[in-house]
Design a protein around this ligand. Structure first.
Ligand SMILES: *Cc1c(COP(=O)(O)O)cnc(C)c1O
Length: 375
């Protein structure tokens, strides 16, 4: 079976982990945590971030950092992981869902106006499968409506967005909004096994985030609390792996883009199969090699996944829209226009083997088998 994902852990990961054990620093108090926060923030041109135990916690911590309050609304795409909705709900806020743009599967920025209400507080674009959401209109809308922007950057370590508003400069995804959350889950471009980070240029946001992930301890008076936080701390062991991974981020991004280009070239010859659009203003990092089938092929993603599995190729389905999640019924605000594009993507989309350990011959094999099962 060609696996859908495998990380590369053959840099300094082992050495740094052994350092933690040898020095007996395994908790969040160890030195790798601060180093990872500094290095990751620095990579994005930002101050040190706030490391947390996973990407879901990073979203919640970032929303708290931005001052989200009970009764507020967070505008987010329906086509995303449930983490986005959970984070808002846990803070007493309501997710408001917009549909996606069909080419990139990222938030449809044309629906922001319709999603806004007097309770709107945060807009949360999600950069999907390695491609940036269209950030200029998001930032413009947020500014006009006095909202904060939280980028869910879990899938775009190293991706860039060319901002017209910044004179055509290429900006790092995660350094455009008022804050961003990253995940370092094992299938992300930089991994710590489980892990996450909140980044921001705003010291107040960072201070609130840092407090939240550490039980809202008060610096001047220990065991005295004026707000409710959580223990979302990252361990030194996780951070040690993160530091080693981050040393190789350019190499990882180059690998992803190289195999992305190979897939793109080979898939272009298979009728009815399309990859994510790469806009001229986006530099994708191809987190996952995602495809969407044309309905004219007469098969959906579920059937294709079954056939590929039988021929030895592992895949993963697309997100099911948040609007359709039974657990969220009655807890989210929906737009009258509906979520046809999210539903279409869910029905016809999946992603192909996307690990760091791919080779050109594996890409060939995947595409050959895909061609064969579609015949
Ligand atoms: C992976 C992911 C998350 C959640 O990260 P975890 O570390 O698994 O909690 C959040 N948002 C998006 C878009 C993701 O892909």
């Amino acid at each position: 079976m060609i696996p859908v994902n495998e990380p590369l852990l053959d840099g300094n990961e082992r050495r740094y982990l052994l350092e933690c054990v040898d020095q007996q620093w395994i908790s969040s108090g160890g030195p790798f945590v601060q180093r990872f926060e500094r290095d990751f923030g620095g990579y994005l041109g930002l101050p040190p971030g706030v490391a947390v135990c996973n990407g879901t916690a990073a979203i919640e911590t970032a929303l708290f950092g931005l001052g989200l309050r009970p009764g507020d609304e967070v505008i987010m795409p329906s086509f995303t992981i449930i983490s986005c909705a959970l984070a808002a709900l846990r803070l007493g806020a309501t997710p408001v869902l917009v549909d996606i743009e069909p080419g990139t599967w990222c938030m449809d920025v044309d629906q922001l106006e319709a999603a806004a209400s007097p309770s709107s507080r945060v807009v949360m674009p999600v950069h999907v499968y390695g491609h940036p959401a269209d950030m200029d209109p998001v930032m413009e809308f947020a500014k006009a409506s006095k909202l904060s922007v939280l980028e869910d950057a879990a899938e775009v370590h190293g991706a860039e967005y060319r901002s017209k508003a910044s004179g055509g400069k290429w900006l790092h995804c995660g350094a455009i909004g008022h804050a961003a959350s990253f995940s370092f889950y094992a299938n992300k471009i930089v991994t710590t096994g489980e892990g996450g980070m909140v980044v921001s240029a705003d010291p107040d946001v960072l201070a609130r985030a840092r407090s939240y992930q550490n039980l809202c301890f008060r610096p001047e008076r220990r065991f005295y609390h004026t707000e409710l936080g959580y223990n979302f701390r990252m361990t030194n062991l996780q951070a040690a792996i993160g530091v080693a991974q981050l040393e190789r981020i350019d190499e990882f991004v180059a690998l992803k883009r190289r195999f992305g280009a190979m897939y793109r070239e080979r898939l272009a010859g298979i009728p009815g199969v399309r990859m994510q659009t790469e806009h001229p203003w986006g530099r994708t990092v191809y987190w996952m090699y995602a495809i969407e089938l044309d309905p004219s092929l007469g098969i959906d993603a579920e059937e294709l996944a079954r056939r590929l599995k039988d021929s030895g190729v592992e895949t993963r389905p697309f997100f099911m829209g948040l609007h359709a999640q039974p657990a969220l019924q009655g807890k989210i605000r929906l737009l009258g226009a509906g979520y046809q594009r999210t539903e279409h993507a869910y029905r016809y989309g999946l992603y192909l083997p996307s690990g760091m350990t791919l080779t050109e011959s594996l890409v060939d094999e995947v595409c050959d088998r895909l061609r064969a099962v579609l015949r």
